[in-house]
Design a protein around this ligand. Structure first.
Ligand code: FEO
Length: 397
């Protein structure tokens, strides 16, 4: 990759991972990038690194601007190894004693990952560092995405290096928002839904804090995907909207099926919802990736979960998804369950308990059908879908 000039004397020198398709359980069907940023000042500074396998590529990119040995400072905004994996190779190259700036939790977490005794310099929230012509400000952003996370802001250039926040798993020819336009938003939404959703309350607080501080941005430079330079406020506004999770008249009907019965029920429920004016999507758990389903759930007012009963329990893919969704803590949802069964039929109660545990509003005990849904059972599914659709209309009003 050629270094990308973000502003005069500031370059993105990371790497593109074109072929990654699974990022710890998230489907990255457009690959990703690991962005890191070189600031050419009196103190030459690198913000973040890349995944270990791309460390040489990063060093090659830096070499196109300056001999890496001339780097004076390294800043680690976040410890996760897609951003810190290149540190050992970098520090070995530039000198193990060069100052490595990070948050207090950053030092703790980096020390857990790497045995090297680097020259850690802990920075406080609001702390500043002069590079000569430029001054950096550090903002602690705990849990966005780990306890060690922080942002780095350049006062003079009004650039925010936001680590995971505002990122997208997207590898393409475009490097900036103005080069890709609206097409980047679904990737940013998917990233938010699968990485940051559970921290939505913290995001809203952070946006308030940044507004209070009066920070303005010429560009927001995340560690994944494109850089927001045309309209950085657009992604901030989108984060506020996504964090608020205002339910729309939309329902995700997610299910798995063994012999087609639960699938037929899902179709009947979705059809009834659509007749009530709801954007209803049946999503089969072995056809749709969990991270794509989660993305659809962000603005859905209802999540309706179907499973056959198998071995007195729920289907494994349903268990996988419920565990995943529970961890991401979506809010403001109606929850509902449906199941087919042969002789015991525990699946519906198990799903209802899970949905209740997630604080979803349960407005109906659900629909349970023995073996194959015929006319009467499909009518029950239809009435169930209509009831949920009518409740969504009330919530929207
Ligand atoms: Fe891109 Fe939390 O790492």
């Amino acid at each position: 990759m050629k270094p990308i000039e973000v502003a005069k004397g500031i370059y993105q020198v990371g790497a593109v991972d074109w072929n990654i398709r699974d990022f710890h359980g998230y489907s990255t069907y457009r690959g990703t990038t690991y962005n890191c940023y070189l600031i050419m000042d009196e103190k030459i500074t690198l913000i973040d690194t890349v995944k270990k396998e791309f460390a040489d590529e990063m060093l090659d990119n830096i070499s196109q601007i300056v001999d890496p040995k001339r780097i004076d400072y390294v800043i680690s905004n976040h410890t996760e190894m897609d951003h810190s994996g290149g540190l050992p190779r970098l520090m070995h190259k530039i000198g193990e004693d060069k100052p490595l700036f990070c948050s207090r939790m950053g030092q703790k977490n980096l020390s857990c990952h790497f045995e090297e005794k680097w020259n850690y310099r802990v920075v406080e929230n609001g702390g500043e560092l002069s590079l000569g012509k430029r001054n950096l400000v550090f903002l602690e952003t705990r849990m966005l995405h780990w306890p060690d996370s922080m942002f780095t802001y350049i006062k003079e250039d009004k650039l925010l290096f936001s680590s995971d926040a505002f990122g997208q798993h997207y590898a393409g020819p475009e490097k900036f928002d103005d080069e890709i336009g609206e097409a980047i938003i679904p990737h940013a939404l998917k990233y938010f839904a699968n990485i940051l959703l559970l921290y939505a309350p913290l995001i809203l607080k952070l946006v308030d804090k940044v507004t209070e501080m009066g920070l303005v941005f010429n560009a927001i430079c995340p560690d994944h995907g494109i850089i927001w330079r045309q309209d950085p406020n657009k992604i901030i506004k989108a984060y506020v909207e996504w964090s608020n999770q205002k339910p729309k008249r939309k329902a995700v009907v997610l299910y798995d099926t063994m012999w087609g019965s639960t699938g037929k029920m899902a179709e009947a429920i979705a059809a009834a919802l659509r007749e009530e004016g709801v954007d209803a999507r049946p999503m089969h758990l072995r056809s749709c990736h969990r991270s794509d389903i989660m993305t659809e759930i962000i603005d859905a007012g209802a999540v309706i979960v179907g499973s056959p009963t198998i071995n007195n329990g729920i289907f494994p893919t349903v268990g996988d998804f419920l565990t995943y969704m529970k961890g991401l803590k979506p809010q403001n949802k109606i929850g509902a369950a449906f199941c087919s069964y042969g002789w015991s039929g525990e699946a519906m109660e198990i799903i209802n308990r899970e949905l209740e545990g997630m604080k979803f509003e349960l407005i109906d005990p659900g629909v349970k059908v023995q073996f194959v849904p015929h006319k009467e059972a499909l009518e029950a599914c239809y009435q169930f879908g209509r009831k949920i659709g009518q409740r969504l209309a009330v919530l929207e009003a």
